[in-house]
Design a protein around this ligand. Structure first.
Ligand SMILES: [Fe+2]
Length: 244
């Protein structure tokens, strides 16, 4: 009789434990559902924030471009070329939105350059050139307090440095120049060479590539030029058509 009582007691204890376990499981499921919901909301918020950042950057970039009817969508094209080069080299900066922000905003300092210099078809005088060459620093200062731009500001400041140290404003050389700025300068030159201006016809893509490849090690980082050289011509033509 006692044994039967013990079995009944054990069964009761087991059933209680099972009920507790089931309750715990339901509780855990509720936590997991709450977490999933929070995560979803956070992701939506961060996507929204990212879209606002991008819209702000594009508005700023368009404000600079609106002045110059000839370069058209220069900033968008250069950004697309630059990201393509970064991807071709497997560089992680290709996935960093701050890289694209920097590419889009590179010439924002030109807002402070007078039209008479910016649009002068003849060669610039020494004084005009020195004013013109202030645009990377002016741009850097304009953006200095915008935290979300992060590394983008470095691209703006250093987009006219040269691998051999003969660029401006800081005469940085080699790997002292931030990688994103080294990538950018190849993209910028490609666009400058292939875009038609009032005073000269844009050149063929193939010719522009030869010129850039000849400047590896002087104007450009040879490694970046190697990444650039690996991009199929159709890809670059596609970018040009898409952003005209
Ligand atoms: Fe520039």
């Amino acid at each position: 009789m006692r044994e039967l009582d013990e079995v009944a007691a054990l069964r009761a204890a087991l059933a209680a434990q099972e009920r507790q376990a089931a309750e715990k499981e339901r509780q855990l499921e509720r936590y997991a559902a709450d977490l999933r919901e929070t995560f979803k909301q956070e992701r939506a918020r961060s996507q929204q924030l990212r879209r606002s950042y991008m819209a702000t950057v594009r508005a700023l970039s368009n404000a600079v471009e609106a002045r110059d009817a000839y370069t058209g969508k220069h900033a968008e094209r250069v950004a697309a070329y630059g990201l393509e080069i970064a991807r071709a080299g497997g560089l992680t900066l290709a996935d960093d939105p701050q890289t694209e922000f920097g590419f889009l905003l590179h010439d924002i300092g030109k807002v402070a350059i007078p039209d008479a210099i910016l649009f002068k078809p003849e060669p610039l005088s020494a004084h005009e050139r020195s004013l013109m060459e202030r645009h990377p620093l002016i741009g850097y200062e304009i953006l200095a307090d915008i935290d979300f731009l992060g590394e983008a500001k470095v691209v703006v400041r250093h987009h006219h440095e040269r691998w051999d140290g003969a660029g401006y404003p800081d005469r940085l050389a080699g790997e002292d120049i931030p990688l994103a700025a080294r990538v950018f300068s190849v993209a910028d030159t490609l666009d400058a060479l292939t875009t038609t201006r009032p005073y000269r016809q844009g050149m063929e893509l193939g010719r522009a590539r030869e010129i850039i490849e000849a400047q590896a090690g002087t104007q450009f980082d040879p490694q970046v030029v190697a990444h650039f050289a690996a991009i199929p011509g159709e890809t670059l033509e596609g970018i040009r058509r898409e952003h005209t």
